[in-house]
Design a protein around this ligand. Structure first.
Ligand code: ADP
Length: 319
């Protein structure tokens, strides 16, 4: 294999740049030409592709976002679109591909590997919603961003004796809410994986207030519902002034944490090694801090396990 392409696809995540850098530098170290494909599968269809040099990835390890940009591409879901991509790959002499993205991007990677293009997937999404791996690139940074927000909201919350609902991202996965809530000392954590009772949340708020607590933080995962509606209900039921903060896209930005940079660097290098070993249709994951690779289909079939123990701990520690 002489030429490898790399792209970032779907929702961006802090640490994607560190992964791109690792792919480029490991490739060049092994005398492989690396082609950067812009805007996910769109660039593959439109031929928006450039050779990457050592200097193309200088000064990016600490930057959020992705220098290759990311996008969603409906055309790539069609056979016609993918056939265009296969022609472009041939024209540019790209013999192997590294796809950095979430489960949707992995579906695209799978289709390319089935069409004969050796393809390796790297999990890049803040949601941590891929069951086969303990961590995805970007999740740790997002949790730290949410923690920072909790600290700030806590300050003003205390001054006014308010309850605060903080709505965080994660789609159907409650990991950001759970881990940021646990680390940030939230009074209640509401996630899609566990049923919740609004009266129980209210009871905790009232008990806390009666004990002299000056504020309460309620972490709400976006997959459960809307913070403003919940806030209104809680305020009506408890009489406690309740404010809502929807953190939104700030969770997707920012300089990646050390954890995400290390994970991304190791995964990026491993992806190139796997292609050079002749592997295809595989994704890289991390379990107990060890990297491994597995078949894309099998990986996508692994059901995400919710950390029930951590969830129970949030309840114990917020009595
Ligand atoms: P993520 O990778 O973050 O989960 P998406 O689900 O939006 O993000 O997927 C990113 C892109 O992957 C899509 O815009 C599309 O180009 C490609 N993709 C998703 N699903 C498929 C599929 N079933 N077949 C081919 N390509 C797909």
């Amino acid at each position: 294999m002489k030429t490898i392409g790399v792209l970032t696809s779907g929702g961006d995540a802090p640490g994607m740049n560190a992964a791109i850098r690792a792919v480029v530098r490991t490739g060049i170290y092994n005398e492989i030409k690396i082609m950067g494909i812009k805007q996910g599968y769109n660039g593959l269809i439109n031929g928006d592709i450039e050779e990457m040099e050592l200097s193309s990835v200088a000064d990016i390890i600490h930057r959020g976002g992705t220098v290759l940009r990311s996008a969603r591409c409906e055309e790539f879901k069609t056979e016609e679109g993918r056939n265009k991509a296969l022609t472009v790959l041939k024209v540019f002499g790209i013999e192997g591909l590294v796809v950095i993205g979430g489960d949707g991007s992995f579906m695209g990677a799978k289709k390319l590997s089935e069409a004969g293009i050796p393809t390796i997937g790297i999990p890049g999404t803040i949601d941590n919603d891929l069951g086969y791996t303990d961590y995805t690139i970007g999740f740790d940074t997002a949790v730290n961003t949410v923690l920072d927000a909790i600290s700030k909201i806590r300050d003003t919350s205390t001054s006014h004796g308010r309850a605060n609902i903080i709505e965080v991202m994660g789609r159907d996965c409650g990991d950001i809410a759970l881990y940021a809530g646990l680390a940030g000392g939230a009074e209640s954590v509401i996630v899609p994986e566990e049923d919740f009772d609004v009266d129980e949340v209210c009871k905790r708020l009232i008990q806390g207030k009666n004990r002299g607590k000056l504020h309460s933080i309620i972490m709400l995962a976006e997959g459960v519902g809307n913070a403003y509606e919940l806030g209104k209900t809680i305020q009506e039921k408890t009489g406690i002034e309740t404010r809502c903060t929807v953190l939104g896209h700030i969770q997707r930005g920012g300089s990646p944490s050390a954890f995400d940079r290390l994970l991304a660097s190791r995964m990026g290098a491993r992806a190139v090694e796997l292609l050079l070993e002749g592997k295809s249709g595989r994704v890289i994951g991390a379990k107990k801090n060890e990297l491994f690779d597995m078949d894309i289909d099998e990986a996508l079939d692994v059901k995400k396990e919710f950390d029930k123990k951590a969830y129970e701990l949030t309840k114990i520690l917020s009595i």
